[in-house]
Design a protein around this ligand. Structure first.
Ligand code: MN
Length: 746
């Protein structure tokens, strides 16, 4: 379709009259009017809605015409918006496509219409009644602020002609308007439109209350006008004498707000309404200085109440509202609130950002809060360039909502998610159970992978299964804290289960081999094997990813190494013994070494020439039950059968065990250790060494003592002949004053 195709559409006489009206309105309110384009748009609307009537019985084209008039006169946007308003229903309701519109009227108009249609869909699908969330949604979807304004104009005309629709449709549209459009209009600073939305809806939803307030207003009208005239008479003369042009307004008759005030304050109509208020509006080009002059004239005539004075001109409200407020008392004692402002200030107060299509002022703002939103809108829109509206929305989206997207549930509930959120995030946002059982997702009716990222306006349906179906890899595909936390929790839980299995398997194995390790020791082993934690190590074992035998060997190595370390520690301690004890120890040590020979034991019933050593872990002495163990190097080690290592060896390597028993060896010396516990006192060690040196055939190797808060703990290593000899020595040591217990130390 081209401009030529549209240009041939004829207008009848009535339509021509309507077009002339519209053009007149445009010329009155807009700076620049492309008459031909408006004419063509109107012709296309007439043509495409031909034969269609509204509920009122009027031709349908009158609706877009009226919307276009509102856009021009009440919102004063611009020519392109008027064109878009004229054909806003054409693409949706007729064969004309967006491509056609783009061809005939250009990119901007096509984008405006596309935006209006998209927003319509958002409103239709909505469940959320939160105007703020909705405004976010609408702004994030609309690429151009004019889209929202045209939508307001559309709704305004629909609500003005609502009486022709069936009652239930009226109720539905009225409640939607009251819930959504009115707060939105308020947010945009479109106060007049907001008031009209509210009054028209109120009238439909609660006609009795509406009529009550309306009747009261009518009854008071004459008295009120008389009062205002009397109050203003001296002032008006003075204003004219000073060459000021102005308009006087009484309190705006916003029925819904009067009614709500009555409800809220539980006061009768009279008490709400009889607070007289007068507004003086100075026509252009009067300035704020003129406002102050008017203030001074009024307070010359009437007595002001100082605490009721407000200067919103020097310090505008957050939404950009500017005005001087004062309350004065008349000679008859009546209080009157007086508002003084310029026409520009009044337009902004009444019509919000729309007024800025007419009024321009400097300044720049970058705003982050919704409260500052409206004033920011104003400042950005102040630039005289037409692309400002688009830039504004872009900046706005970037600044305020760059981190959020808005998507719908199948029922149309709105959900706010961070940008980059996937269907998985959405599922967890709905409910953690939905997330855990998610199998697939449908986005806008199409089956998609769960990890698919969501876009603004997507409608998402999560398909769930009967069982928990969390995939640990999901962690890569989510951005919300909630989803991350739940997935991690699930992964940890599963890890713990597998890990518990692994630990159980190990414990069985360890029990068989009688290996005991503290968790701390185990941690060391797991670190040596390259695991971050015991949990991970047991998880790998439980998941059959790590051979339990490898762990077993590592633990064994650790154990024997640990013993060596202990011995080295012991040697270090020995080196700091008192000289006396050391001398004694050394002496007996040399003698003891001589005592150990091949004749001490009968190995495997009397094998000759077998080299054996006494194991350091249990230090067997004659009398102890012992056994031999063939080491990898071919040596035989003698352990006590009660020794933990021996038990372990017997279990794991039974074929290397040799029987061993003590031969009669009267003059042999064997190393043993005794642990002593008691109360510390001066001279205790002397007494101990005295007992030991006086005992027959007792050679002390070392004594190791620690004392803490009066308690004494000592380990004595010495050479004894056999078990009974050791027993005798322990009995003697127990009798030393302060010693409570003496045990063989293993
Ligand atoms: Mn419409």
């Amino acid at each position: 379709m081209t401009r030529q195709d549209v240009a041939i559409f004829e207008l009848d006489k009535q339509q021509k009259g309507h077009l002339d009206d519209l053009l007149k309105v445009c010329h009155t309110h807009l700076e620049y009017v492309d008459e031909a384009m408006i004419r063509d748009a109107f012709a296309l609307a007439c043509q495409s809605h031909k034969g269609v009537t509204r509920a009122s019985g009027e031709p349908y084209y009158l609706h877009p015409l009226e919307v276009a008039k509102i856009v021009a006169s009440e919102l004063s946007i611009d020519g392109e918006s008027v064109v878009a308003a004229l054909i806003h229903d054409t693409v949706e309701d007729t064969d004309v496509t967006l491509v056609d519109v783009r061809g005939v009227f250009g990119e901007t108009v096509a984008n405006l219409i596309d935006g209006v249609t998209k927003i319509e869909g958002v409103f239709k699908n909505r469940q959320s009644k939160q105007a703020e969330t909705f405004m976010k949604l609408i702004l994030s979807m609309a690429d151009d602020i004019r889209v929202v304004l045209i939508k307001f104009a559309d709704r305004l005309h629909n609500i003005r002609t609502l009486q022709y629709l069936p009652r239930e449709k009226q109720m539905k549209i009225a409640s939607e308007t009251l819930d959504l459009y009115a707060p939105l209009a308020h947010r945009f600073g479109l106060y007049q439109i907001k008031n009209e939305f509210e009054d028209l809806c109120f009238k439909l939803l609660d006609p009795n209350s509406y009529n009550f307030v309306a009747r009261k207003l009518r009854e008071k009208k004459a008295a009120r006008e008389a009062f205002i005239a009397e109050f203003m008479e001296p002032i008006e003369d003075e204003l004219r004498d000073h060459g000021l042009t102005f308009e006087i307004k009484g309190r705006p008759k916003h029925i819904y707000s009067i009614y709500r005030k009555m409800q809220r304050q539980q006061k009768p109509f009279e008490e709400i309404y009889d607070l007289f208020a007068i507004r003086i509006i100075l026509e252009d080009p009067h300035t704020k200085e003129d406002c102050w002059r008017v203030y001074s004239m009024i307070t010359d005539w009437y007595t002001p109440i100082p605490k009721r004075f407000r200067d919103f001109i020097s310090v505008p409200k957050a939404n950009g509202y500017q005005s001087l407020h004062t309350t004065v008392i008349t000679k008859s004692g009546q209080r009157v609130e007086v508002q003084i402002r310029t026409r520009r200030m009044d337009e902004i107060a009444e019509r919000g950002l729309a007024a800025h299509w007419k009024y321009k002022e400097g300044g720049h703002a970058g705003s982050q809060t919704l409260e500052q939103f409206v004033s920011w809108v104003r400042e950005v829109l102040d630039t005289p360039r037409p692309e400002a509206a688009t830039e504004f929305v872009k900046d706005f989206q970037l600044n305020l909502y760059q981190d959020e997207i808005y998507v719908f549930t199948p029922k149309g509930d709105l959900k706010t998610l961070p940008r980059g959120a996937s269907c998985i995030d959405f599922a967890f946002e709905i409910h953690s159970e939905v997330g855990e059982r998610a199998m697939a997702a449908k986005v806008n009716g199409k089956l998609v992978p769960l990890r698919q990222k969501l876009k603004i306006g997507d409608q998402v349906d999560i398909v769930t299964g009967p069982k928990v179906n969390v995939n640990p890899d999901w962690i890569e595909d989510v951005v919300t804290h909630k989803a991350k936390a739940r997935i991690r929790q699930f992964v940890r839980q599963r890890q713990r289960e597998v890990s518990d299995r692994g630990r159980e398997a190990w414990e069985k194995r360890a029990k068989r081999s009688s290996i005991e390790l503290s968790d701390q020791e185990f941690m060391k082993v797991s670190h040596q094997l390259g695991f971050d934690s015991l949990l991970v190590m047991f998880y790998e074992i439980g998941a059959d990813k790590y051979d339990i035998g490898k762990l077993y060997r590592a633990v064994k190595d650790f154990k024997s190494k640990g013993r060596l370390e202990k011995e080295e520690e012991q040697k270090e301690l020995e080196s700091i013994l008192t000289p006396t004890l050391e001398e004694v120890g050394q002496k007996f040590n040399q003698e003891a070494k001589k005592g150990i020979n091949e004749q001490s034991l009968l190995i495997d019933g009397g094998l000759n020439h077998v080299k054996y050593h006494f194991a350091h872990c249990c230090n067997p002495i004659p009398g102890d039950e012992v056994m031999g163990f063939i080491s990898r190097t071919g040596d035989v080690k003698i352990h006590r059968t009660s020794c933990k290592n021996a038990i372990h060896l017997m279990n794991s390597d039974g074929e290397r065990i040799l029987e061993a028993s003590w031969a009669r060896t009267p003059d042999m010396q064997f190393l043993a250790a005794i642990k002593l516990v008691g109360e510390d006192r001066v001279g205790l060690i002397n007494d101990l060494t005295d007992v030991l040196s006086k005992s027959l055939k007792t050679n002390m190797k070392s004594i190791n003592v620690s004392s803490d808060s009066g308690m004494f703990e000592g380990i004595v290593t010495l050479y004894v002949a056999d078990l009974s000899h050791l027993g005798q020595i322990m009995e003697k040591l127990k009798r030393v004053e302060g010693i409570r217990t003496a045990h063989r130390f293993e």
